[in-house]
Design a protein around this ligand. Structure first.
Ligand SMILES: [Zn+2]
Length: 500
């Protein structure tokens, strides 16, 4: 190094940075810097009323916080990324050479590990990746689990010492404050994989024993779902179409969390929206961009609640409104008012049956009279795992689960042939199932049911009244789909919560 260079380097390192510059330099937030200053984790200088930071102090801090692995952890990181890469290779996936532009070899090892872990999750069609500290029998580990077709699978128990470096790396990929470990944070990681664009919704949570992280996988630029491809039975599809073409009224779309009701709502909106129909949605968050709708995202921190967004939307003269998650009286009553003023309102609701959704919606309103007049129908759904296409084979109609399901559904259909089950193969990871499909039930509210709602009938009474009219329920849809070999009777009984 020449004398000149040396001099300029010294000058550079003595240069003092402002608070804003330190925020950018460390990639953390202002509150984190204040917290680190008060905890003595970071050295700063008071210049007048301002904080100033020397680059040397910031560098020292980074060297301390940026997970320095040490030789054992680095070897662990290499071994773990090798494990994930091998698993992916077993699925016929070539691991991309990750361009780890990190300064040190141990940081590069963590970059490779995170990439391999995420890519294996995508290759296995996981909907979520969960990373948590665990302790069992005195052994500590970093537990990696993937949710595939609705079921959690343990992908790996990694050495506990890898948890912080991996969480830090994922936080930095998601644009989060790496130094903030005491507050929950959420962000997004865009990722290209197998010719498709994905977005990982990342959320951190300080938990006992460390920091947990969950990555929810969303496919970007995914095609808007089509009602014709949702395996709705013909009869139910015709009744649903009739409801969607009502000029006004409330249609409830319900199911437990993760039952695919957002997909159904999007498909329903897509089927009726167009140049002649103004469709607006109030969502939290907007999960998919609809070509023919105007979508508003709820943002409680920014002061946009469902109720306030709804009031604003009504000033834009929509024909059809979709409301995500009705959970309070104000929103429920506003929906009733809007429906009575001549609009079609699709409301998403958490409930485990169509009748239960009606009951829940009415109970949110102060009086059953108006909702009874506004409700036109309630759709409810569940996701079941599909029989694996590779190893699925014919199964007996006399198997106990099939007999039990036919008995529960109480249908007179001839269901002797067509049952199937998977026996397990590499394609389904020996589970016998691959992919998912939905079961549906739809209650159309006619005069008789409206009268029952007005007289405060219970969910059971409403379900029985709908059934007596010939309206089919989840069990009937389930038994037909199992008897057609789409899924198994055990699976239908499981999601309906019925013992064999
Ligand atoms: Zn299989």
């Amino acid at each position: 190094m020449t004398e000149g260079e040396q001099a300029s380097n010294t000058a550079k390192s003595e240069e003092l940075l402002s608070l804003e510059e330190a925020v950018r330099f460390l990639g953390v937030s202002r509150p984190t810097i204040y917290r680190m200053l008060s905890a003595g984790d970071l050295k700063g200088l008071r210049v007048g009323r301002q904080w100033r930071f020397s680059k040397d102090d910031l560098m020292t801090h980074m060297a301390r916080t940026e997970a320095t692995l040490g030789p054992r952890a680095q070897a662990d990181a290499e071994a773990e990324s090798g494990f994930f890469a091998q698993e992916a290779a077993n699925l016929g996936l070539a691991m991309e050479e990750v361009d780890a532009d990190a300064a040190s070899p141990d940081a590069a090892a963590v970059v490779r590990l995170c990439s391999a872990m995420v890519r294996l999750a995508l290759a296995m069609r996981a909907s979520d990746l969960h990373l948590e500290p665990r302790r069992s029998g005195g052994e500590e580990c970093a537990l990696v689990r993937y949710r595939i077709d609705g079921e959690l699978h343990v992908a790996r128990r990694m050495p506990r010492r890898l948890l912080e470096p991996v969480v830090d790396r994922l936080k930095s990929m998601a644009g989060l404050d790496v130094g903030e470990r005491r507050l929950p944070q959420s962000g997004r990681i865009p990722i290209d994989f197998g010719g498709a664009e994905y977005e990982l919704r990342a959320a951190t949570l300080p938990v006992f024993g460390g920091e947990a992280m969950t990555l929810r996988v969303l496919v970007r630029d995914v095609q808007v779902p089509d009602l014709g491809r949702l395996n709705l039975s013909d009869g139910l599809r015709a009744r649903l179409d009739a409801l969607l073409h009502c000029p006004n009224g409330i249609l409830l779309v319900s199911g437990p969390t993760g039952s695919g009701k957002t997909t159904t709502l999007y498909a329903a909106l897509q089927s009726i929206s167009g140049d002649g129909v103004k469709t607006m949605t109030v969502e939290d968050p907007v999960e998919l961009v609809l070509p023919n709708a105007t979508q508003v995202a709820v943002n409680p921190r920014g002061g946009i609640t469902i109720a306030s967004a709804l009031r604003a939307v009504m000033q834009h003269d929509p024909d059809v409104i979709m409301l995500a998650d009705v959970t309070d009286q104000e929103t429920a009553q506003a929906a009733v008012q809007i429906a009575m003023n001549g609009h079609l309102v699709l409301c998403q609701l958490h409930a485990d049956s169509a009748a239960g959704a009606i009951d829940r919606f009415v109970s949110l309103c102060s009086d059953p009279y108006y909702p009874a007049g506004a409700l036109i129908g309630a759709l409810n759904q569940r996701l079941v795992r599909r029989v694996c296409g590779q190893c699925g084979a014919e199964a007996e109609a006399t198997q106990p689960a099939a007999v039990r399901l036919v008995e529960v559904a109480g249908t007179a259909d001839d269901l002797a042939a067509g049952w199937r089950r998977g026996f397990g193969c590499p394609a389904c990871r020996a589970t016998g199932y691959r992919g998912r499909a939905a079961l549906y039930e739809l209650i159309t509210v006619d005069r008789e049911l409206a009268a029952a709602i007005r007289s405060q009938a219970s969910a059971e009474e409403l379900a029985a009244a709908a059934r007596a009219q010939g309206q089919e329920n989840l069990a009937i849809d389930g038994v037909r789909k199992a008897a057609a070999g789409l899924t198994t009777p055990e699976e239908v009984l499981r999601v309906l919560g019925i013992a064999v």
